[in-house]
Design a protein around this ligand. Structure first.
Ligand SMILES: Cc1cc2nc3c(=O)[nH]c(=O)nc-3n(C[C@H](O)[C@H](O)[C@H](O)COP(=O)(O)OP(=O)(O)OC[C@H]3O[C@@H](n4cnc5c(N)ncnc54)[C@H](O)[C@@H]3O)c2cc1C
Length: 434
């Protein structure tokens, strides 16, 4: 027997749970997750009491982020922990304060030239949104040449692009997106970490969905989205049709046409989705029998461009008492990650860099986890697929089918995209129905 829902959400990752919690306040929600666990690419794995995020997972702008705003709106706020000082580890072996956060911290760092940086930051602060948008199609590399940016400032901006935009590639990182994000950092601060780790966020959304009578089904793979007369009516799971007023897909759009007939969509949209380039990379976690560093901010490596932090120095609960959890990410080209030999090389070089700066790690490892990721973020934020060039929440010609998640148009980079896209999507759906 089929049962009618108001909102079926495909995918139980963070975007699916986020939109599920918001929509559960307006109707009956069903979340369908194909795997036996929730969380998708933000899942938490527990190993001997260590709570490992799926690679480094700080949250840009914490309480001020789209995620933080939604948690507040549903009365399920969490504590966001503000990291301490961040550090840059340079290729000459030096360690320096990394310029991030407020203007004062940025210009206090020896990494940047005082006059040039202050001029640049004041210019960025004064810029109006349309001035950023004019720069969205311009790469960092071209802009460095055009504006005659000094090598020191180039280094700072490239390290910032690597961590904040999750894009270390100057030939395609968008200068407009980067400046827009730097302006947000200057205005509302930098990254935070959720107290207790990411499970505390999942449990808030899950609680809200359940309190409002919503359902979450695991091991439920959507095989087909059913569209009749240009209206999305249902999804098919295990050969059964489940009907709903609205269907929201939160799977990366690159995979959309495994469950939706592409002939229903215009060719340009299909190509855009299929060709969207994801962010890829290698992540390494170390579970240690003791803390070997008291750094409580982010760490940025200049070569290879990469970053990480020590979650247990921010929120003790993520490691057993007296032990320590360190996590690092090197962003890489997706083609290199798919090539086994190249990926192995990238990993070895990256691991060695971490060990060079934190040699004590080797003496205290209880567990080490390596993950090769051909998708870190659903989209690499770059000049060809910035916020305004990505697919939106709607599909032309199909009503009541919606898209959200970190591969569609949304402000920011990485996880922010998922959360801003969720809030936009929710707004559009409610405008239609209320
Ligand atoms: C190493 C790493 C580091 C990161 N660092 C950060 C960070 O610092 N800050 C940040 O905010 N973000 C970060 N991110 C990005 C963040 O994890 C993602 O943006 C986010 O998890 C994406 O969530 P999502 O729900 O949009 O997609 P997903 O997590 O991909 O969720 C999609 C879900 O749909 C399910 N699914 C797929 N097909 C079907 C189907 N046919 N039927 C039913 N279910 C289906 C999948 O199993 C999955 O659970 C990082 C990601 C990685 C991997």
């Amino acid at each position: 027997m089929s049962k009618k829902y108001n909102y079926i959400i495909i995918g139980g990752g963070i975007s699916g749970l986020h939109i599920g919690a918001l929509l559960s306040q307006h109707g009956k929600v069903l979340i369908l997750e194909k795997l036996s666990f929730l969380g998708g690419r933000a899942r938490v794995s527990i190993i001997d009491g260590f709570k490992l995020d799926f690679g480094p997972h700080p949250i840009r702008f914490g309480p001020e982020s789209a995620l933080g705003t939604s948690l507040l709106e549903i009365n399920k706020s969490i504590d966001f922990i503000k990291p301490g000082k961040s550090w840059a580890f340079l290729k000459n072996g030096e360690k320096m304060l990394f310029p991030t956060g407020g203007l004062v911290t940025i210009i206090r760092s020896k990494m940047v030239s005082f006059i040039e940086t202050i001029k640049l930051l004041i210019k960025i602060r004064k810029m109006e949104p349309n001035e950023f948008y004019d720069l969205y199609d311009i790469s960092l590399e071209d802009w460095f040449k055009k504006e005659n940016i000094s090598p020191r400032t180039q280094k700072f901006l490239l390290m910032t692009s690597s961590a904040m935009q999750v894009n270390p590639f100057p030939e395609r990182s968008s200068v407009g997106e980067l400046m827009h994000n730097i302006k947000r950092v200057l205005e509302i601060g930098s990254v935070y970490y959720p107290s207790g780790g990411w499970n505390s966020i999942f449990s808030k959304f899950i609680d809200k969905i359940r309190e409002n009578g919503g359902e979450i089904r695991l091991n439920s793979e959507v095989e087909k989205i059913i569209v009749e007369d240009n209206i999305c009516k249902a999804v098919e799971v295990d050969g059964d049709k489940i009907f709903s007023d609205h269907v929201i897909s939160t799977i990366p759009v690159q995979n959309l046409f495994t469950i939706l007939n592409e002939n229903l969509c215009d060719k340009e949209f299909v190509e855009k989705c299929k060709e969207l380039r994801p962010t890829a990379g290698v992540s390494i976690d170390f579970c240690l029998d003791k803390a070997i560093s008291d750094i409580d901010g982010l760490v940025f490596f200049e070569e290879p461009l990469s970053f990480g932090f020590i979650p247990s120095n921010l929120s003790k609960e993520v490691a057993p008492k007296g032990k320590s959890l360190m996590t690092f990410l090197r962003v890489a080209n997706v083609e290199d990650i798919k090539d086994k030999n190249k990926a192995e090389e990238l990993y070895k070089e990256f691991r060695q860099t971490i060990i060079n700066f934190f040699p004590e790690i080797e003496n205290h490892i209880l567990h080490e986890r390596l993950i090769f990721l051909d998708m870190v973020d659903g989209v690499e934020v770059n000049i060809n697929q910035h916020q305004f060039k990505r697919p939106g929440n709607r599909i032309k010609g199909i009503n009541n089918l919606w898209l959200a998640g970190d591969s569609v148009g949304g402000e920011g980079a990485g996880g922010d995209i998922g959360h801003t896209s969720v809030r936009e999507c929710c707004k559009h759906i409610l405008e239609r129905t209320e």
